[in-house]
Design a binder for this molecule. Sequence first.
Ligand SMILES: *[C@@H]1O[C@H](CO)[C@@H](O)[C@H](O)[C@H]1NC(C)=O
Ligand SMILES: *[C@@H]1O[C@H](CO)[C@@H](O)[C@H](O)[C@H]1NC(C)=O
Ligand SMILES: *[C@@H]1O[C@H](CO)[C@@H](O)[C@H](O)[C@H]1NC(C)=O
Ligand SMILES: *[C@@H]1O[C@H](CO)[C@@H](O)[C@H](O)[C@H]1NC(C)=O
Ligand SMILES: *[C@@H]1O[C@H](CO)[C@@H](O)[C@H](O)[C@H]1NC(C)=O
Length: 510
Amino acid sequence: MGSICQQLSLFWLTIFYMLVLHTHKKGGMFVEGTGVNWGTRASHLLPPDITVRLLKDNGFNKVKLFEAEPYVLQALGRSGIEVMLGIPNDYLASLAGSVQAAEAWVMQNVSSYISKQGVDIRYVAVGNEPFLKTYKGMFQNITFPAMKNIQAALIKAGLGRQVKVTVPANADVYESSNGLPSNGDFRSDIRDLMISIVRFLQESGYPLTINIYPFLSLNSDPNFPKEYAFFTPGSSAPIVDGALTYSNVFDANYDTLISALEKNGFGSVEVIVGEIGWPTDGDKEATVENARRFNQGLLDRVSKNKGTPRRSTPPDIYFFSLLDEDVKSILPGNFERHWGIFYYDGSIKYDLLMPDGQKLVSAKGVRYLEKQWCVLSPTANIADPEIVNSVNYACSYADCTSLGYGSSCNMLDVRSNISYAFNQYYQYESQQKGSCGFSNLSVITKTDPSAGKCRFEIMIDVGKHDLTANVSSSAGGATLFHRGSANLFQGGAIWRTLATVVFGLLLWIK
Ligand SMILES: *[C@@H]1O[C@H](CO)[C@@H](O)[C@H](O)[C@H]1NC(C)=O
Ligand SMILES: *[C@@H]1O[C@H](CO)[C@@H](O)[C@H](O)[C@H]1NC(C)=O
Ligand SMILES: *[C@@H]1O[C@H](CO)[C@@H](O)[C@H](O)[C@H]1NC(C)=O
Ligand SMILES: *[C@@H]1O[C@H](CO)[C@@H](O)[C@H](O)[C@H]1NC(C)=O
Ligand SMILES: *[C@@H]1O[C@H](CO)[C@@H](O)[C@H](O)[C@H]1NC(C)=O
């Protein structure tokens, strides 16, 4: 008798502790954790080991990658962070063409990382927004075959249960003819394809991944009611859709997809929000205040486990993005390089309260180049005809998007504008000798020229970091994280593979 009682109370004690510990760890009852996209299109990439610590310190337990980069995957090994691993669109043709190519891809990029490095890969995301209208059908015939070949390869590798296949689609794969979510359906030109894909996802128990950007709704339409982009009740009147009402564009957009799924008989397919976020520079609405408001509103929903009017179970979400990326294509807009919750160096842009109740913390152990800046020489004459060429040259390599209209450095006077461009180039070149040359128009200063919101950056020292082992084996020490503009097109909002870099910023200099 006694012993059964003891066993019972031990049982309840265990349950009690499990509940307490569980709630304590997660900070709220049902919080599953928060995901974030980790893009690597930066001239001075924050070292992967420091980045993984940054993720863990801030309670991000899921990460989405745009491709299999060895040094990133290695750093995620045994970190406890779940990985959604992307396959770039330019690989789709070969993966669709042969199962052997898919098997090789899975072997090299999934199996070995799981078994040897302990990387917790949960999803393979096949393609990246492959059905964007802007691609004019380029990837339409190859995405689904590639998904099926990757599935076959995963099953053959014994990973059929552990690793799921998904496709991250842009929100333009569905639409509503009258603007109401209840009228949602797949875009007419790809409707049959989407139904085939979604049937495949449902039968396999895989999720559909969708990228939703209220910022772009606001950015692309001057009449868009701004308050509707945020999650906090604002002045915009809610949209009434039958028995349901909508007070923000995220809910309306997401539920348009849910309606499309339900209408075609796939109401139970899981949906993941693969990218969502707000940039902090490069546009008049891309401000730190707006980004904080949007992301905090979204995090509060995550904490409350809040779904949408049409689907009460909330989706897993992956913020876009973790860090700023200064060599991304700016074809969609100057804001493309400023989606980070953190600056490129892992420092905080604004306070956020995470679902675990903690405030954001900056990256630890980051080393910087010397505290010195390249500026326009005080003796230089701004009428000097060399200035235009010098600034154009500097900004064709380095990131000058903060100088544009509505951006953080737009208020600078002409001399400071020029200094900003010179300094961006000098830092981009890691302060190398000669990179503050500019025909004798420039000088190096130890006084920080930053003014107001405009930060004159110092780059991180990619050579000095204590990199974890084997990082340098795939390339070579310092140059590994200084990649210039080798591949600008990854991650972010839209149109990214079409770009040739355009520089319209500096026409004001006469
Ligand atoms: C693994 O992925 C990387 C990056 O996406 C790619 O370059 C490489 O070709 C892939 N391996 C195979 C065998 O396809
Ligand atoms: C895709 O397939 C359709 C039908 O077979 C064909 O008409 C179309 O040209 C193909 N598109 C591309 C981009 O290959
Ligand atoms: C540079 O400074 C001028 C003068 O203050 C300002 O009018 C202009 O908007 C700035 N230009 C850019 C591209 O930031
Ligand atoms: C820069 O100044 C030095 C010394 O005054 C001079 O020798 C050199 O020719 C100048 N370079 C340019 C590009 O003007
Ligand atoms: C680094 O790579 C070598 C072989 O390439 C391997 O033997 C070693 O265990 C690796 N070290 C770490 C820390 O992964």
